[in-house]
Design a protein around this ligand. Structure first.
Ligand code: ZN
Length: 258
């Protein structure tokens, strides 16, 4: 693929998380293969020695600095607009309609003038990896300290899971599937939603089990955390009339198939 075509595929929305371990792992969005990379290859930001892993010339910037600065600027605009509309010395909580209107317009106009790169430091370099299983383009950003993954369009991900399962073999007798969420104090009040091949299987509460069946030989099970909308997926094989047990450890969203 020519370089420009790859660049234009780079996602625009990113989810940044700190790197806690000596390796990072992510899922191929196309085939859900789990990909792992040693963190230290990103630490220096140098070109990597990993096959099919290339650094793009783009970066992920955190944008909170931009928002805060535009907000502060809007507050100042609000203050002066308020004094101008209501006269000097008028309490700031009175006659707010017009000043708020002016401040909101100011905020909208001001925001693009603060480039995110000014406040996000150097940014996190975006890498492109050709999945060694399906050759799909996988994009992620890592500088050794932070990992950024594209914020996927959820409907699209579920659709892709559905398509993948539909391509697999149809089982004569359905296979039983159960997922058990291990009891844990962490996140105990938080719900987890379970999807099988893109279909909503319901809510999985702390310490509980959900039972369902599948008629596909290859399946993708996805858990979606209510707390922060993060997801994790596992691909598993099912045999006719067999049963598959999956456990979920809430902390770290660790899915284990047995
Ligand atoms: Zn793949």
């Amino acid at each position: 693929m020519p370089k420009s075509a790859v660049q234009s595929n780079i996602p625009q929305q990113w989810r940044v998380e700190p790197v806690k371990e000596t390796s990072i792992s992510l899922l191929c969005p196309a085939c859900h293969k789990r990909l792992s990379f040693n963190t230290n290859i990103f630490a220096k930001g140098a070109a990597t020695s990993v096959d099919d892993l290339t650094k793009t010339d783009q970066f992920v910037y955190r944008s909170y600095g931009q928002n805060i600065l535009a907000f502060v600027a809007a507050l100042i605009v609000y203050y002066y607009a308020h004094q101008w509309v209501n006269g000097e010395g008028a309490p700031l909580n009175q006659g707010i309609l017009i000043p708020v209107f002016i401040a909101v317009i100011a905020y909208t106009i001001i925001k693009p003038f603060f480039p995110a790169s000014l406040f996000g430091g150097k940014g996190i370099p975006i890498y492109n990896y050709k999945c060694d299983q399906c050759r799909a383009d996988v994009f992620f950003a890592c500088d050794g300290k932070s990992l950024a993954l594209p914020a996927l369009d959820e409907a699209k991900s579920r659709e892709a899971e559905k398509m993948q399962a539909a391509k697999s073999e149809h089982l004569e007798t359905p296979c039983n599937v159960s997922i058990t969420r291990l009891p844990s104090m962490i996140g105990s009040a938080m719900d987890v939603r379970v999807f099988l091949n893109g279909d909503d299987m319901g809510v999985l509460k702390n310490g509980k089990t959900l039972d369902f069946t599948t008629e596909n030989s290859i399946n993708v099970l996805t858990v979606k955390y209510h707390a922060d909308a993060t997801t994790n997926s596992v691909t598993f094989n099912a045999k006719s009339g067999d049963s598959v047990r999956i456990t979920l450890k809430y902390s770290g969203a660790i899915l284990t198939v047995s």
